[in-house]
Design a binder for this molecule. Sequence first.
Ligand SMILES: C[S@@+](CC[C@H](N)C(=O)[O-])C[C@H]1O[C@@H](n2cnc3c(N)ncnc32)[C@H](O)[C@@H]1O
Length: 242
Amino acid sequence: MNRKPCNVTMEQPQQRHSDNLYPVTFAEQFGDHLLELDVPAGVWNPTPHGVHLAEMLLRLDFARMHVLELGTGCGIHAILLAKQNAARLTLTEIDPAINDNARHNLEKHGIDVAIEYLVADWTHVDAGPFDAVVTNPPFARAITRYRRYFIDTLILDAHKLVRPGGWLVFVQSSMADIPRSIRLMQENGMDVRIIGETDGPFRDYYLEDEEFMREIALIPGAYTIRDGVYHERLIVFQATLP
Ligand SMILES: C[S@@+](CC[C@H](N)C(=O)[O-])C[C@H]1O[C@@H](n2cnc3c(N)ncnc32)[C@H](O)[C@@H]1O
């Protein structure tokens, strides 16, 4: 990405290339906010996707909003949503231990807005509608055969989660077919805006997954190769519901 690498310590190098669930202490400045996140083994540690989304959240004002974050992980975005004036947060994860880690990091950063932690499977959230939904959806590491499952259901279920006129804000890679997402959002009556875009080298675990590399080779514009290095584009969408 066109930015300095995250300041990450405590990682276990032998796991670095095989998954993204190794323990780290993540430290990064976002605008006026220095985030120092404790991320234990088993919790997704922030990648350039999550970092780009975090940076783009600083461009939005969530004042008075009740915001749902799907798949909050270590809580990086939840902290910034509160800093960007969200009145109330609902955070979901598949495993209560991951929610506990998010709670730890939010408390560490002095976040004192109303927060509800739910264990929920993706868009199956028994709450809402919300003023906004924010997420970094699984894709390269999706457990589904159809990797766009999380992106497609996010768009198709948005009307169940977000009030009319509310926002759907998410990050997506060019590997997941950006025009396809834009078309699907527009077909569902959303007004689509790209808040920010960046570009950066592939993570090692993409290159190690031959099936994944074969799949994305079929996606127009999935990547560029510059000086022999694969690069993906990262887009943050803000879609306003009809
Ligand atoms: C790409 S990570 C993003 C985590 C965090 N928001 C970030 O950007 O660092 C996706 C997150 O979704 C969670 N997740 C995966 N499958 C899920 C599901 N079916 N329902 C809810 N969350 C899920 C994972 O545990 C993971 O924390």
